[in-house]
Design a protein around this ligand. Structure first.
Ligand SMILES: Nc1ncnc2c1ncn2[C@@H]1O[C@H](COP(=O)(O)OP(=O)(O)OP(=O)(O)O)[C@@H](O)[C@H]1O
Length: 610
């Protein structure tokens, strides 16, 4: 049966890895069926209709055989003793097919609903999980790998629920019923057939398996060419800037040639396989025909019975072949559900705890206290990124973190957001350890203006409202004004409705930053993290951004990761970080007078550079 691409997963790539079919893997994967449970009534109805449609389908060759017998002048009677002539038998045949058509419609109707709803629920659960998984998970898994869970793995399962399962059931019914019916027609011929056919089918199966392995090589080669296309298109600016267009074309061509070579080779075997199937299986049918014809000649079998017999034999061959193919599909599905269940079983961040009624929402003053904080990234456990960090900020104070690249400045603030678990020490906010807060509640009170602002595809309005999704237009406009962003937004013909992001207009670095500042203003957090952009802006833009930042920092505890020392002269305290430690701290005046200090040196360096 051809695979249909008419579901929400489209055509599923056959590159979904498989697992070995063992009792354990099977049992583990069956847990995915709990997503079918809410739709069990529809599922059972679908199964019942499937049984009926498979049953009526099985009656077809039988009745067709009777038609041939009637044509040969034999008397055909129903079990009730009513004699049927050719016309009536043809009508019965038509009735059988009509019922088969109606049952099939019902089966598809119910199974599609079950598969669409089930798959929707699995996708929802997965996406929900993606959103709540901790940051380290995303650092240890590639984005492509994660998204393929929600696309191809789920698609594989959808295929199973909508097609494979039905097909599997139908093949089994066909196999069992056909075998019984041919036995009834003629035990002699059946035994002869069963002695020859299964051998051929077994051979075909073994042959088919080795071909699948070759097909996998082709797919791998094709995947490699796709990687080249994706990478180069994503970095097309780099390709052009290095004038490597022809180099890439050459690389793509040679990779494509390899894929074609592999495809041709595997298709050579495929061709051999197809002719084996044709010659072998049809040869088998000829053998059965020959033996059957002898039996008809000897009067041991009617012509009609022979016709039914041959059709059933073809059915048996098709279903044995189909079951072999299904083995691969079942393996893929088991693999897919195992991987999905694995992700669903990953521990989420303890966010969004249900709020207990009557308890006022958390309010945060903004005192911050780092005590002996030590940290290693889970992906690089051998590198101590932070060693014994101690500092304190009173609510409303502004501090700046400065130091060479890679010193650990960003890491210090990421820990405040609790993106990672500390390796040692503790962080207190308002005198309480951060781990004791509800993560979502706490993060709601921390605002961040990142180094590189990522705008989501959508309007400027939506991007600003990301800081407070239920903000009114007046609030959004006010925030944009305070962020010095209103000027450029109102200069666009569509104003706040201007579309930005991949399909919209591109905002400049300074404009993007001001959108980020407007976002943070709307969020109105008690604690603010400003990660200064390393790329410098022109002085006009710089002034606007700086003004917006000053506005934003008012009355909030602010931590500035500073790259340009000129912007932090007014902060209450500067922490100089080097190699994961605080090596100096004090005000700008204090530090700049310490001639041998790192800060004074950095200051000198920047002065010389500018
Ligand atoms: N997600 C991560 N996984 C593993 N290592 C990381 C990760 N992020 C940063 N590091 C490492 O941690 C160290 C400190 O990085 P961090 O980004 O905190 O430095 P920084 O002082 O903010 O640097 P810059 O000024 O260049 O932004 C570096 O050695 C860096 O390679």
């Amino acid at each position: 049966m051809a695979r249909s691409g008419l579901n929400t997963s489209g055509n599923v790539g056959s590159d979904v890895p498989k697992v070995k079919l063992t009792k354990e893997s099977f049992q583990r994967s069956l847990r995915i069926f709990r997503y079918v449970l809410p739709y069990r009534v529809k599922f059972i109805l679908g199964m019942a209709l499937l049984a009926l449609s498979s049953g009526t389908f099985m009656a077809f060759p039988w009745v067709a055989g009777k038609l041939v017998d009637a044509a040969n002048g034999k008397r055909v009677t129903t079990p009730g003793g009513i004699t049927l002539d050719i016309n009536r038998i043809a009508l019965v045949l038509f009735g059988v097919i009509l019922m088969q058509g109606i049952f099939s419609f019902g089966r598809i109707y119910f199974f599609t609903q079950v598969s669409e709803f089930t798959v929707r629920d699995i996708r929802k659960a997965l996406y929900n999980k993606f959103m709540t998984l901790p940051i380290p998970f995303f650092e240890t898994h590639r984005v492509g790998e994660i998204t393929s869970r929600i696309t191809s793995d789920v698609g594989q399962i959808q295929d199973t629920f909508s097609l494979t399962l039905a097909e599997f059931f139908r093949q089994i019914v066909t196999l069992v019923v056909s075998t019984i019916l041919i036995m009834v027609a003629s035990v002699k011929l059946s035994l002869f057939m069963l002695a020859t056919f299964p051998v051929l089918v077994l051979l075909a199966f073994v042959f088919g398996r080795s071909i699948r392995k070759l097909a996998k090589t082709t797919q791998d080669e094709l995947a490699k060419t796709n990687v080249i296309v994706e990478e180069t298109l994503q970095a097309i600016n780099t390709v052009k800037a290095f004038t490597n267009e022809l180099f890439e074309v050459g690389r793509y061509n040679s990779s494509l040639n390899k894929a074609v070579k592999a495809a041709l080779q595997s298709n050579l075997y495929r061709g051999a396989f197809v002719s084996f199937v044709i010659i072998g299986l049809f040869g088998g049918i000829i053998l059965v025909l020959w033996r059957g014809a002898s039996l008809v000649y000897a009067g041991e079998l009617t012509q009609g019975q022979l016709v039914s017999f041959i059709i059933y034999t073809a059915f048996i061959g098709a279903s044995v072949g189909g079951l072999g193919e299904m083995y691969g599909k079942v393996q893929s599905t088991l693999g897919a559900s195992e991987r999905i269940l694995e992700i669903l079983g990953e521990p989420s961040e303890p966010t969004h705890k249900p709020r207990i009624a009557g308890i006022a929402p958390l309010s945060v003053r903004g005192d911050i206290d780092y005590q002996n904080v030590a940290f290693r990234y889970p992906t690089r456990p051998d590198l101590a990124v932070l060693k014994d960090i101690n500092f304190e900020i009173q609510a409303g104070e502004k501090i700046a973190l400065v130091g060479p690249s890679g010193a650990g400045k960003s890491t210090i603030v990421q820990l405040l957001m609790q993106f990672y678990e500390l390796s040692g020490g503790k962080i207190l906010i308002d005198g309480r350890e951060v781990r004791q807060y509800d993560l979502t509640e706490l993060r709601r009170h921390i605002g961040i203006v990142p180094q590189e602002t990522l705008l989501f595809g959508g309007t400027i309005r939506e991007n600003i409202a990301y800081g407070k999704t239920d903000a009114t237009d007046a609030e959004i406009t006010a925030a944009a004004r305070k962020a010095n962003a209103w000027q450029f937004i109102s200069s666009f013909p569509e104003g706040l409705d201007t579309v930005v992001g991949e399909r919209g207009i591109k905002l400049s670095g300074g404009q993007r930053q001001r959108v980020a500042i407007a976002r943070a203003i709307l969020k109105n957090p008690a604690i603010l993290i400003l990660d200064e952009a390393t790329s410098s802006l022109d002085s006009e833009s710089e002034k606007l951004v700086q003004g917006a930042m000053d506005e934003l920092m008012q009355n909030r505890t602010s931590i500035i990761i500073a790259h340009r020392l000129s912007t932090i002269r007014k902060v209450d305290k500067i922490l100089v970080i080097e190699g994961g430690r605080i090596v100096e701290q004090g005000t700008h005046d204090e530090l700049s007078h310490n001639e041998n200090g790192l800060y004074a040196n950095l200051l000198k360096l920047q002065f010389e550079l500018s």
